[in-house]
Design a protein around this ligand. Structure first.
Ligand SMILES: Nc1nc2c(c(=O)[nH]1)N[C@H]1C(S)=C(S)[C@@H](COP(=O)(O)OP(=O)(O)OC[C@H]3O[C@@H](n4cnc5c(N)ncnc54)[C@H](O)[C@@H]3O)O[C@H]1N2
Ligand code: MOO
Length: 417
């Protein structure tokens, strides 16, 4: 790993901006090798390992885009009606096998293959019929309402590029090419554990001083959504020997290891020293709130993220740094930044210059304008704020307080969380 940020030793410190930390992580992690062929339905949420090449034209034939009449443009007139004799009918999937001759037309339905001789479709709403004759008005353009063979995809073209996350459109696109299977990258194996002597696992009452471990459940949800294979290693107490064994086991069986807690400067915070001893590590203070302390590194071939313990800090650092890194390791090219939208903020917010803040907000539409209010409590241990919110209010490093009515940037949870 070459992370040239001047903090390869565990004691070294450098404060990075959110953009710098993100850029370092995304330019350091490398895609996995390994792929498998899966049936297209099973490819939903997976990442394409090789370009899908169109084995045929889509559509395969010239066909009608509308219900109407297939005609020859040369029979039509620029300044008056013409009378054409209807010689047959073409349905989608059941074409007209004859030839459209001079002065003739074929009744045709949407998707019907263009009959030989015809080059233009006239929609039925603008014609009138008189027995077996169709009367076509003036002013029809040659080629109108014809869908050309290969106009969606030409045979041999890249239909879906490698690295694409397979969504509903890609499943349909692969099916439109007649493909039953596609090659996707292998699922990412992510091991994770919570650290802390104070953590109790659900299912038993809390002893004095204990808190229930929630981070593993949050990460379970986030990683499952991303389609990862999970190795949940439970809660590891703040003991260097047990933490070291957990790191070694996790690194041996996974592509990425995530831990929460123990990355700060307290006397029971062993994570960064351990990561540094077992592999290569960069420990940073990032100008972000919540989520300031974070360790990133590698043990053998396994990427490591030591996230802070506070439950909201876990979610913020996961969504701002870890998720896109996982997508990159899995073979996708994430956007350089997550998209932001603008909204008018209805709450006053105290903001000190220095850290980029990700407050929990509630976005709503009022009188046609997007407005956002701050969730009721913003402490980095108050997970309820994430559940109450539907977006992050993103306040940049150097800005100060927000007064009601000011425009702020928000990052929607939809598609993120
Ligand atoms: N002297 C300093 N103290 C702290 C600093 C600092 O710079 N100097 N940074 C603070 C910040 S910011 C954060 S964030 C935390 C991060 O500390 P750790 O990663 O060492 O986290 P812990 O101390 O282990 O836990 C913090 C907090 O979160 C609770 N927690 C931990 N794990 C879980 C879990 N799995 N489920 C639910 N809750 C969890 C834990 O009980 C603590 O209350 O450090 C600050 N301190
Ligand atoms: O930055 Mo910490 O993230 O206060 O919870």
């Amino acid at each position: 790993m070459s992370v040239d940020n001047g903090c390869a030793s565990p004691g070294a410190r450098k404060t990075l901006s959110v953009d710098e930390a993100r850029q370092i992580i995304l330019s350091t992690v490398t895609p996995l090798s390994g792929w498998e062929k899966v049936a297209i339905r099973a490819a939903l949420g997976r990442i394409l390992a090789a370009d899908v090449i169109a084995p045929c034209n889509v559509p395969a034939h010239d066909n009608s885009a509308m219900d109407g009449y297939a005609v020859r443009a040369e029979d039509l007139s620029g300044d008056g009606e013409v009378h054409l004799q209807v010689v047959g009918t073409a349905f989608a999937g059941r074409g007209f096998s004859g030839m459209v001759g001079a002065g003739q037309a074929v009744r045709i339905m949407t998707g019907g293959v263009m009959p030989m001789g015809a080059d233009t479709i006239v929609v039925q709403e603008i014609v009138r019929t008189e027995g077996n004759t169709v009367v076509v008005p003036a002013g029809i353009r040659k080629g109108q309402n014809v869908r050309r063979a290969g106009e969606d995809l030409a045979e041999g073209a890249v239909a879906i590029p490698r690295g694409k996350l397979m969504g509903p459109a890609e499943l349909g696109l692969a099916a439109s090419l007649g493909l039953a299977e596609v090659c996707v990258t292998r699922r990412l194996r992510v091991a994770f554990f919570s650290t802390g002597d104070e953590l109790a696992t659900i299912g038993r009452p809390l002893a004095p001083g204990e808190v229930y471990d929630s981070n593993r459940y949050t990460l379970h949800g986030a990683l499952t959504r991303l389609g990862c294979e999970l190795v949940d290693m439970g809660v590891i107490p703040d003991r260097p020997d047990e933490l070291e064994a957990a790191f070694r086991n996790a690194a041996a069986c996974s592509d990425v290891v995530l831990t929460t807690g123990g990355v700060s400067v307290g006397e029971a915070d062993f994570i960064r020293e351990l990561m540094a001893r077992l592999g290569e590590v960069s420990f940073w203070k990032i100008d972000i709130k919540p989520g300031r302390p974070m360790a990133f590194g590698k043990i053998g071939d396994t990427w490591m993220f030591g996230l802070p313990g506070n439950p909201v800090a876990v979610m913020v650092t996961y969504y701002q740094f870890v998720m896109d890194a996982l997508l990159r390791v899995a073979g996708q090219d994430p956007l350089p930044q997550r998209p932001l939208m603008q909204a008018s903020c209805t709450s006053p917010i105290r903001k000190l210059s220095g850290r980029k803040e990700f407050l929990r907000g509630r976005l709503y539409l009022e009188d046609g304008q997007w407005q956002v209010r701050s969730a009721s409590a913003q402490g980095s241990g108050i997970l309820r704020s994430m559940s109450e919110a539907n977006c992050f209010i993103v306040l940049h490093e150097h800005r100060g307080d927000v007064v009601p009515g000011e425009t702020v940037q928000v990052q929607l949870f939809d598609g993120l969380v």
